[in-house]
Design a protein around this ligand. Sequence first.
Ligand code: IK2
Length: 446
Amino acid sequence: MGIIRNIVAHLTVIRQSLVRNHHKIIMSRQLHASRTEGVDKNVWVEFTQLAADYKAVNLGQGFPDFSPPKFVQEAFCKAVNGGPLMHQYTRAFGHPPLVKNLAKFFSRIVGHEINPFEDILVTVGAYQALFCAFQALVNEGDEVIIVEPFFDCYQPMVKMVGGKAVYVPLRPKAEGKAVLSSGDWVLSAEELASKFTPRTKAIVINTPNNPLGKVYKTEELQMIADLCIKHDVLCISDEVYEWLTYDGTKHVKIASLPGMWERTITVGSGGKTFSATGWKVGWAISSGHIMKHMKTIHQNTVYHCATAAQEAVAQGFEREYELFGTPESYFQQLPAMLHHKRKKLASCLESVGLQPIMPEGGYFMITDISSVKVDYNDQSSKDEPNDFKFVKWLTKEKGLATIPVSAFYSPEHSKEFDKYIRFCFVKEDATLDAAEDILRKWSQGQ
Ligand code: IK2
């Protein structure tokens, strides 16, 4: 018996060694494709893990820590219990009830008759809508103008298709004066105009903006639209926070401006719309002549999104269509709830001497940390941007997770903006209270 056991153990060692060597042989040539180079770092992967490792109070990643509204939860349960077809593939480019309801709902807002089967693509979250847009519309060597600060995935997505990202930052208006609102951050029309070249294929905007909370005014959108039309450029408009605006600020769709429907791809998110980010239902809406190319990418990559989640989002839009503009509409209730949370977070930051930049929309707030002096004592992070160091320190030492704002900037501009950090306020009041407690104790030197 002992001899057999010995032989088996021996054979196992030999087998393991063969497997190891086999891997070595494969890995002696370059394994990775070059498109993975330079896009391997990801702020969500890094900081979400850090928050989890330190069990920090999480005002970092943008997701609600409360449940979605009952009506979509019930719609999801009904879908799951709704028979065999709810568990099988549905139409590749979007579950028919969802595309019909999106078309009905957004036709009214865009002021253009949207064809549910030609002008809409349902995707795995807004992320995949963006991915399909870049893959389908940007060629190697094309330039894509990205307005900073920008949701971080635009840059790697442009890079992965061989495009060139060209950056233009929103800047605080009156240099040197206190900047109190996201509305004080503006695009210079001259600077933007100077970025358009014969190679420009598209511009990406995000309104309401993540992380700043800026909601573009009609005049600002018109200025962008005029340039797009003049230079025959596409506009990818990321509007995942479209229902979240405060103090009477109005979200305007650039696709609704004259001459823009034909050249705009509007990106939306069921996760952000109905506080259910884990469902990953998103969409792109555009003219059929653009959408057909995005569908080609979709059918050859993801092909299809979860049927039951699409059905639940479809039911959510059905309800919202009926209640639109009434106090029962979730599109009124969610911003009303967040309005209070936004105020709560702003007062908390002010009470510890941090000046918030009040967002006009979205569910993030940034604040300037340059007055805060911290002895990091951590040599490993000495080359990191200041906001990265600070956020890591705050998470590890104080148990509060946030996000560094320079992650939303290009390498050429990140240094200018590494004095800001981002807080997310789509959180239970108890979570915001816990964050306040941490900040207060810290400011009191405890
Ligand atoms: N576009 C923007 C502007 C987003 O903010 C997001 C999601 N962001 O959430 C992470 C964070 O900022 O903390 C997306 C697109 C992606 O949306 P979806 O979840 O629908 O794919």
